[in-house]
Design a protein around this ligand. Structure first.
Ligand code: HH2
Length: 294
């Protein structure tokens, strides 16, 4: 499947993110809080910019910059603080690299400021259910929007996730969110879908979603998958977060093989190798099947 996502903003009026023969690698840039001093805050921003540049050198096709943690139980960050953390980093990264920048936020004001600073994609883990002003920002700017599924909120999502049919329920959720976005003036080509691995899901739900990912391809939107170092992988191999690269690699390979269009990862260099090998082998399967039927 060939997927096009045209992302139009005032800064990049003709930006085209093309999905052709391989998925795109999205490098994660977290601007983490610094509770010590403003000096520390400046260093934190500098470190985030250096990290972003390094990820691009490692082969990132996109960057996702986020200043509010969405980990289970994480405290919300207020708007002023999120703006203070994120915008200087987006501004500096946009000057330093040419790859498209995504802002990981569910606040319309942060999204707008990041788009003004050079971002072209908004990664909204609430899928336009959080800030009522977000859909208007996306419709007006023409920015890309990631609609991610989450059961509950980051504070509550891992308390008792429950589904009768996780794949079917998320497909219905996508239908509803796409309808909402289109009704408010967002174009389908702006939309990326994400089943939200680890967001209000038990390990069995995450495994099922990855196993049946191709179920979501009929929406015709790129699929974003974030498995990097997540807890359900740690549980399978009994390893702490810093030692989950191999487990992540296996999940990335499965997601690529099942049609993921964007892989959100921390270890860009290693996961790009995993992606390239998986794509090369998958393409051979298609070619040899075609040859057999010829
Ligand atoms: N996962 C995380 C954060 N944002 N966005 C999308 N669309 N999909 C994901 O799977 C996803 C996401 C969690 O990862 P991480 O960046 O490691 O954690 P934190 O949010 O605490 O920074």
């Amino acid at each position: 499947m060939v997927l096009d996502l045209r992302v139009l903003t005032r800064q990049a009026k003709d930006r085209l993110i093309e999905f052709s023969d391989r998925p795109l690698m999205m490098g994660v840039v977290n601007v983490t809080p610094d509770s010590f001093s403003d000096g520390g805050r400046y260093l934190e921003a500098e470190a985030a910019v250096a990290h972003a540049i390094q990820l691009v050198e490692e082969g990132a096709d996109l960057l996702d910059i986020g200043a509010e943690s969405t980990r289970p139980g994480a405290d919300p960050v207020d708007e002023a603080e999120e703006l203070r953390r994120a915008i200087p980093v987006v501004t500096a990264v946009a000057r330093a690299v040419t790859v498209p920048i995504s802002i990981d936020t569910s606040k319309a004001s942060v999204a707008q400021a990041a788009l003004d600073a050079g971002a072209v994609l908004v990664n909204d883990v609430t899928a336009l259910r959080g800030d009522p002003a977000m859909v208007e920002v996306i419709a007006r700017t023409g920015a890309g929007i990631v609609l991610m599924h989450m059961q509950g909120t980051p504070q509550t999502m891992q308390q008792a996730p429950s589904y009768e049919d996780v794949v079917g329920e998320i497909a219905v959720f996508f239908e509803d969110r796409i309808r909402f976005a289109l009704a408010h003036g967002v174009a389908r080509r702006q939309i990326v879908l994400d089943p939200g691995i680890g967001f209000g899901k038990l390990p069995i739900h995450n495994r099922t979603l990855l196993a049946r990912l191709h179920r979501f391809s009929y929406f015709g939107c790129p699929l974003l998958i974030g498995v990097s170092r997540k807890a359900f992988l740690g549980q399978l191999v009994d390893r702490p977060v810093q030692e989950r690269q191999w487990a992540t690699a296996a999940a990335v390979a499965m997601a690529v093989e099942r049609g993921a269009g964007i892989l959100r990862v921390h270890d860009v260099r290693a996961m790009k190798d995993v992606m390239q090998v998986t794509v090369a082998i998958s393409q051979e399967t298609t070619v040899s099947m075609k040859a057999q039927h010829a």
